[in-house]
Design a protein around this ligand. Structure first.
Ligand code: 5GP
Ligand code: MN
Length: 350
């Protein structure tokens, strides 16, 4: 990672000192890094005596909710009026783990309209810097949680000593980094191991976090993964693994928010697979796309070119518009084969 600029850390410390009501925000369909980074900052600033609240555009899944237990986020889709009141009453908004307000779905207009100072702490490509008063944006880092860890260590109250972080803050940072690296498999840097080492030394219960994250699934989820792998995985001649999960199938397995996390990674275990695509029909009819690639193939460019999205070089996401990109849901599988072939040919030609 790049060294954090002292002037920026001083500016953030000033913003914290001048604020009493601080609201934290992360992206729609929050993942472990979204919940981990917001909870960590919530715990730290609460210990500094601030009035703290996290707002998430949509609810977190069951298997990551332990991270924010006791710091209950408000959820925009469920309690919009309370969220709007909170935004209007805030002195400071800190946005974590996303690069622009469009990633907050229905919350976007309220965030744009908010008059509070706005800070960004993020690790995605192409941050919308003009929308913020102060930006911490790095892409050569594992996660927003790791970036926040190094920012907090740069605050005078912590002064480089991770043992000064409140225990819930430290645990949330470890959980967020662990999920975003897929348990140290992706986007891991020397600074990432250093963070983990310092948090462990400070007493974080990593075994408990691993158990809650990876050994606490419901049987239904594993059964669905089995069916997807056995009957619904298609691999194109170009080495693109394609999976389509219709909402009726998700319903049949009683799949809840967050429970398909990790599914898109499974086909990467196959040596000939260079990129994996999971397309999920949500219960509200929207169609979301998850992309993971291996080195040499850009999931980010594929997301931007065909799926109105983006993210990181090897882990990205987006959507398919129905109607728009395809006339109906029935056309999705043929569309995926077609755009995969087109994209892999373009990439080969570069
Ligand atoms: P996931 O596949 O886990 O939903 O998302 C992987 C990554 O892709 C996320 O970390 C996020 O950076 C990015 N991503 C997911 N959905 C979208 C989207 O709709 N737009 C953009 N720009 N990025 C997305
Ligand atoms: Mn992240």
């Amino acid at each position: 990672m790049e060294k954090l600029e002292q002037t920026r850390l001083d500016a953030l410390h000033g913003f914290f000192a001048e604020s009493r009501v601080v609201t934290l925000v992360s992206h729609a369909h929050p993942d472990g890094d979204a919940v981990g980074s917001t909870t960590a900052l919530c715990a730290w600033l609460q210990a500094q005596g601030k009035d703290m609240q996290t707002i998430l555009p949509t609810p977190p899944g069951d298997n990551i909710r332990f991270i924010c237990e006791g710091f209950s986020p408000l959820v925009y889709t469920r309690e919009q009026a309370a969220c709007d009141r909170r935004l209007a009453a805030s002195d400071l908004l800190v946005c974590l783990d996303f690069n622009g307000f469009s990633r907050t779905d229905a919350m976007e207009p309220a965030l744009r309209a908010a008059t509070a100072r706005k800070v960004l702490i993020d690790h995605h490509l192409y941050p919308d810097e003009a929308a913020f008063d102060l930006c911490f944006s790095q892409t050569d880092i594992s996660s927003a949680s790791e970036l926040l860890f190094w920012i907090l260590l740069g605050m005078p109250e912590v002064a480089g000593d991770a043992a000064q972080l409140p225990p819930r803050c430290a645990a949330a940072l470890m959980a967020g980094m662990t999920t975003d690296t897929n348990n140290f498999a992706n986007s891991v840097y020397p600074s990432t191991f250093e963070m983990a080492s310092r948090l462990l030394a400070a007493g974080v219960d990593r075994d408990g976090i691993i158990s809650a994250l990876y050994h606490s699934y419901r049987e239904n989820r594993i059964r669905l993964f089995g069916e997807m792998m056995k009957d619904r995985l298609r691999i194109t001649p170009e080495g693109v693994a394609l999976m389509f999960l219709p909402s009726a199938l998700a319903r049949r397995y009683d799949i809840r928010e967050g429970e398909t996390e990790g599914l898109v990674n499974q086909p990467l275990a196959i040596s000939s697979v260079r990129m994996s695509v999971l397309v999920k029909e949500e219960s509200d009819g929207t169609v979301r796309v998850s992309l993971r690639s291996k080195r040499g193939v850009s999931a980010n460019r594929f997301a931007a070119r065909f799926f109105h999205g983006g993210g990181h070089e090897m882990a990205s996401g987006g959507k398919i518009l129905v109607p728009g990109d395809v006339a109906s849901i029935q056309e999705i599988e043929a569309y995926l084969v077609d755009v995969s072939r087109q994209y892999m040919r373009e990439e080969a030609a570069v």
